[in-house]
Design a protein around this ligand. Structure first.
Ligand code: AHR
Length: 654
């Protein structure tokens, strides 16, 4: 009886909560997706290694090779050093690695540790790594070193490990002594007494002897959320600040890869980092997969974004063989003989993400440090694939298997690399026939296209699969590009009943290492350049709602340089107006809020505006950035939208 009373009390509380929530939403609103705006991360433009992944050592496991870049080899970015007139030999070997997935390692014979009195530097025999164009070391901060060493001679080996400026000044130093003739992991912390933006890591054997060394890693202790094997805190924070509803990963073309042998296989990217299988990515450089599936899921959880992994549809990218041939030119399909295993791999991913610790793959996830499920809801199958019969057959097989075993998973199908055409139509047709939940569309266009096509989704069929605009951008990072995107995004909100998700692409680009010129965030080792496109995305992402209202904002008719939307967030009752002017003159828009009850007069207004050609550069990082202030609203008011601007007005209810 007591239990029943408690139960009724709980039910009553829930009902009151529901009534309260719905009471805060005005009448006449259209329900829209609560997952509308999110992120798309791909390891393109050195976005992962040397970028978001905080590892400071480049080529830490000696796996770079000429198949990745012609000039690369296992010893790239390392130097063999013998300061103090020491003597020794080095070789790269593969006979008995730490793990077969990580075949190369270095063997050093430290024959003689010099003691030349005129040399100031520490003497010894060893290695130096310059990181990704120098390591950024900050004064008083701690850096965690780890390395695998195997003594080949009997006696323990002494090492001095230091962080040094380009002139050889020591910023931090520590000692390690080995203790085994088998591969062992040794760790040490280094706290810097001074900082430098171009530092290097120096590992010196101080006793003569022979040893093998591999997987030399250095992380700042201050990673995002202090995660081990974590992410660069400042960059990750910029993504967290956007409050994305979801994050799609790991690509892009990187997913389906350059030939079947180059597809991104999620199982190669989990577990101890020294056992992961790095490979060249389709963008022509090495991916260590230190930032692998566990880290992607963990990051999503850390920033409150739903994970949206994408697995290959068992075919490679249609552009395979573009620069380096692995599987021959064009799209290649996995053999039918391999399909059962491949489908199992996809099903295992769902178990790994969501299964209990008692399941095989749930236990593997738990062993990585996450016993709770990751709550995977969406799974992408394929990336803008060419709609060949080989693709279709495999896509249908994978979808069938997932639907049968996991009807709870929302499958994201795909529709080729363009906003129309044969692949687009065929992709939609197949996806609808298979009754997948969402279809991924991709298009990179001129800003004018976005302005003229703001109504694209007004006519979309509301009965079939929903849309995930998984990759889009206008070509450019000037304010005019960002404002055209903002105008288009108001159309996505208006159609939020059929557009389930949208993400700008690509996300990150390292200065001087880009394969794609238009990106959302540029960075070097020290600075982060937020483009106007970033600010537009952030203004939309941090101002999402779940009800859309027509007829709140009136603007000049038949002028596609103007766009606007009005949404409400039922949890808080906040009313959010977005007003876009992509023209060169200020324009008045009329706002009628009379349908909303109990609004506060003082609203928050955020405005991004400037000249069409304005952009941020590494010399002027803040030229274009939004301003935030208080704005007084009335039931009915006129707003003068500045030329080339996005305005977001957020009004709280009492
Ligand atoms: O975002 C860059 C690339 O554009 C993606 O890898 C691919 O899906 C698209 O062609």
């Amino acid at each position: 009886m007591k239990l029943n009373i408690r139960l009724w009390f709980l039910v009553a509380l829930c009902l009151i909560g529901t009534v309260k929530n719905s009471a805060q939403v005005a009448k006449g609103g259209k329900k829209i997706s609560t997952d509308l705006f999110g992120l798309f991360f791909e390891d393109i433009n050195f976005a992962a290694d040397g970028g978001l992944y905080a590892e400071l050592v480049q080529n830490r496991s000696f796996e770079y090779n000429p198949g990745e870049k012609r000039e690369w080899h296992p010893f790239s970015y390392w130097e063999f050093i013998l300061p103090g007139h020491s003597l020794g030999h080095i070789s790269v070997e593969t006979n008995s690695p730490i793990h077969p997935n990580n075949p190369h390692y270095v063997t050093i014979d430290a024959e003689y540790i010099g003691n030349y009195p005129k040399v100031k530097a520490e003497s010894g025999v060893g290695l130096k790594n310059y990181g990704f164009d120098g390591m950024v070391i900050r004064q008083d901060e701690k850096y965690n070193l780890s390395m695998f060493v195997k003594q080949i001679t009997d006696a323990p080996m002494d090492f001095i490990i230091s962080l040094q400026t380009p002139k050889g000044e020591v910023l931090a130093q520590t000692k390690i002594t080995t203790s085994a003739k088998s591969w062992q992991k040794y760790t040490a912390g280094l706290t810097a007494t001074a900082g430098n933006d171009s530092a290097s890591l120096v590992i010196l054997a101080k006793s003569s002897g022979k040893f093998a060394i591999d997987m030399i890693s250095l992380f700042p202790e201050k990673t995002f959320k202090s995660r081990p094997n974590g992410l660069r805190a400042d960059l990750a924070q910029k993504l967290a600040d956007m409050h994305p509803r979801f994050m799609r990963f790991p690509g892009g073309c990187l997913v389906h890869g350059d030939g079947v042998g180059n597809m991104y296989r999620w199982k190669n990217t989990i577990g101890p980092v020294e056992e992961r299988k790095g490979q060249r990515n389709i963008w022509g450089y090495h991916q260590s997969v230190g930032l692998g599936y566990f880290e992607y899921f963990q990051f999503c959880e850390d920033i409150g974004a739903k994970p949206v992994p994408v697995v290959p549809a068992a075919v490679s990218c249609q552009n395979s063989g573009g620069t380096h041939v692995i599987g021959g030119m064009g799209q290649k399909a996995l053999c039918m003989d391999n399909m059962d295993d491949y489908i199992q791999e996809v099903l295992d991913l769902i178990e790994w993400a969501n299964g209990p610790v008692t399941s095989t793959w749930g236990a593997i996830r738990a062993a990585s440090g996450h016993s709770e499920p990751f709550n995977l809801e969406y799974l992408g199958i394929g990336n803008e694939d060419k709609m060949t019969p080989e693709y279709e057959e495999r896509f249908r097989m994978i979808v069938n298997a997932v639907q049968k075993k996991h009807p709870e998973i929302k499958i994201v199908g795909n529709s080729g690399p363009s906003h129309g055409g044969t692949d687009f139509d065929k992709g939609w047709q197949i996806s609808n026939e298979m009754q997948v939940s969402v279809v991924d569309e991709h298009y990179y266009v001129q800003p004018g296209w976005l302005l003229s096509n703001q109504n694209r989704y007004d006519q979309y069929n509301r009965e079939g699969a929903k849309v995930y605009l998984g990759e889009y951008a206008s070509w450019g990072n000037k304010l005019k590009n960002a404002i055209a995107e903002a105008a288009y995004m108001t159309g996505l909100e208006r159609n939020g009943d059929v557009v389930q998700m949208a993400s700008y692409a690509p996300l990150l680009a390292k200065k001087g290492f880009t394969q794609w010129t238009t990106d959302m965030i540029f960075f070097d080792n020290v600075n982060i350049l937020l483009t106007p496109n970033y600010y537009v995305q952030k203004m939309f992402m941090t101002n999402q709602g779940d009800y859309y209202f027509d007829e709140v904002i009136t603007k000049e008719e038949n002028n596609n340089l103007l766009a606007a939307s009005c949404i409400q967030k039922s949890m808080t009752g906040d009313v959010i107006l977005k007003l876009v002017n992509a023209g060169t003159d200020d324009k008045v828009m009329k706002v009628d809020l009379s349908r909303f009850k109990d609004l506060h007069k003082n609203a928050q207004i955020e405005v991004l505006s400037g000249k069409a050609s304005d952009e941020n550069t590494f010399d002027n990082l803040q030229k274009v950035a939004p301003t935030i202030s208080i704005y007084t609203v009335k039931n009915k008011f006129e707003y003068q939208a500045p030329a080339m601007s996005l305005t977001v007005i957020r009004i709280k209810t009492k």
